[in-house]
Design a protein around this ligand. Structure first.
Ligand code: F6R
Length: 247
């Protein structure tokens, strides 16, 4: 595991974008796994800038979202597909048919989860971006999720719904269910890039990187993967015992 500790959130976004760019350049048809949420906003902004400036192209890439809420209308601004469209995919030169997400409008959600799992595994993810939840979740895999879980329909914990309430008018509007790639699916990626910023992530980051590998901290599953880069700002890294600040 390579841990990069940088001065601030802006620097983490640039370093994470560098790592994504490296993965894109190393393969002719990259498969990229996308996380939604505040952590990735700067990363996607940096990647979009590189594309706009003509130094990086996504024209040969295919992207796969980690997860999607159940129960929102397809045109709701907070579906993860719509968030990712606004913050990333419509800003770069991806082909229109190169963006995949779980279809939570499907009549058979369990069947849709199985279909999406097969799709992601068959595609092969070259680099999987991950944020980390305040309770240590990755994607929507909450504490207690087995590490071999496939893509499935899940209930969101109260903690996760509260964390995400900032994107909705009220806590009651935050969906209680989602389809998420399972930890087993995520671990199939060739490379994992975990990004975290801010002091509110320091405890889950410490538990994930230096705590025991335990389903109580879903992100600790990254310790089982052979090719992981972790990009943190100083605040997110502040509880790690082995600080290695970079400029
Ligand atoms: C969303 C996802 C989540 C977030 C996590 C952190 O696709 O996978 O696990 O990465 O909840 O969210 P932010 O970045 O908003 O702190």
């Amino acid at each position: 595991m390579r841990v990069h500790i940088l001065a601030d959130a802006a620097a983490t976004a640039e370093r994470a974008a560098d790592i994504v760019e490296g993965a894109i350049r190393s393969t002719p048809h990259p498969g990229i796994g996308l996380a939604t949420g505040s952590t990735m906003v700067g990363v996607y902004r940096s990647l979009a800038r590189r594309c706009r400036e003509g130094t990086l192209s996504f024209s040969e890439a295919t992207v796969y979202l980690l997860d999607e809420y159940i129960g929102l209308d397809a045109d709701h601004p907070q579906t993860y597909r719509n968030v990712i469209t606004r913050s990333f995919t419509e800003l770069v030169d991806l082909r229109n048919d190169a963006v995949f997400a779980p279809d939570c409008q499907a009549p058979d959600l369990d069947g849709e989860a199985r279909r999406y799992d097969r799709l992601v595994r068959a595609a092969g993810i070259d680099i999987q971006l991950l944020g980390i939840g305040g309770n240590g979740h990755i994607a929507f895999n909450e504490p207690g999720t087995p590490f071999d879980a496939k893509t499935n329909v899940v209930s969101l914990s109260e903690a996760t719904r509260r964390d995400n309430a900032r994107f909705f008018d009220s806590l009651d509007d935050v969906p209680g269910n989602a389809i998420t790639q399972g930890i087993g699916t995520i671990l199939q990626a060739k490379q994992i890039l975990l990004v975290a910023q801010g002091s509110h992530k320091s405890r889950p980051v410490r538990d994930a990187l230096e705590g025991p590998v335990s389903t109580e901290t879903p992100a600790s599953a990254v310790q089982l993967h052979p090719n992981v880069a972790v990009v943190l700002d100083r605040e997110a890294a502040s509880l790690l015992s082995n600080l290695r600040p970079e400029s």
